[in-house]
Design a protein around this ligand. Structure first.
Ligand code: 23J
Ligand code: MN
Length: 259
């Protein structure tokens, strides 16, 4: 007897399917988003030892964690944004688990971002991608491959200038196309957040958060290894911690990809 799951296990064993880690390490060196100073800031990561095979606990090692929900590779739930505050199933503990698994559409704009750190994905680029790869299916993650995760130095990753941070993102019309016309699960990015670095001054401010979360869609930030995924054909698994009324969560994002 075979079924799709025994075939999957067989494909994993044969190496026909790879498990790709799309997650950045999470620790005290993890950079956190800098918002305009009039807004409250998220803290960095603190890890304190409770015991480490010592007088505090002779046979066990464990730590306490302090961190913001939106730290490192993380999930954005619709309740994160005011536009999604009253939607059903909008928080980490109430989103149906079915929505934590979906196909990936990877849009590669690495060359554009190398030339312009403020690059925004446009509807035209999405439509050009669809002419090559087919329509973005309902329930897919759209992953914006920018090469930004190669910026391993925190200052280069945040890329803050006198006028604020500079990093790529989405034109508001692209966010609307993906959320309203394609019914995606959400968008995933290699940058610190799913809006462009300069998005605090856009109209509306933080347009991707505004549109996606208002439509009940998700976000994934600080992804890596998107260059190991095909444009279509991979499956993303991204399940946030079941934080009661959580607005987001650090997450281990993995993809199943054909070898
Ligand atoms: C709060 C305010 C603005 C932004 C963000 C959080 C994020 O990017 C986030 O992690 O959701 S842009
Ligand atoms: Mn976030």
């Amino acid at each position: 007897m075979t079924n799709v799951l025994t075939e999957l296990v067989d494909a994993l064993t044969r190496g026909a399917v790879n498990v790709v880690d799309l997650t950045q390490p999470l620790g005290p060196a993890t950079p956190v988003i800098g918002l305009p100073p009039i807004f409250a800031a998220s803290p960095g990561v603190t890890i304190d030892v409770i015991s480490r095979y010592d007088e505090r606990g002779p046979a066990w090692y464990w730590n306490t964690l302090r961190l913001g929900e939106h730290t490192g590779t993380h999930f954005d739930a619709p309740i994160h944004w005011v536009t999604g505050r009253d939607l059903p199933g909008n928080a980490c503990d109430t989103i149906p688990v079915r929505r934590f698994v979906g196909p990936a559409c990877v849009i590669d704009v690495t060359a554009d971002v190398a030339a312009n750190a403020d690059f925004l994905l446009t509807t035209g680029r999405i439509e050009a991608w669809e002419r090559e790869h087919g329509p973005i299916p309902s329930g897919a993650w759209v992953l914006l491959r920018t090469g930004w995760s190669r910026r391993t130095d925190a200052a280069a990753f945040l890329n803050v200038a006198a006028d604020g941070p500079h990093s790529p993102g989405f034109d508001v019309r692209a966010s609307r196309l993906l959320a309203h016309d394609r019914d995606v699960l959400g968008v995933g990015v290699e940058t610190i957040g799913t809006d462009a670095g300069q998005a605090a001054s856009f109209d509306p401010p933080f347009p991707n958060h505004t549109v996606m979360h208002g439509a009940g869609k998700f976000g994934l930030a600080s992804l890596c290894h998107l260059d190991q995924l095909p444009a279509t054909g991979a499956i993303v698994i991204a399940a946030p911690l079941k934080i009661v009324q959580g607005s987001g969560s650090p997450v281990r994002v993995i993809a199943l990809a054909p070898s």
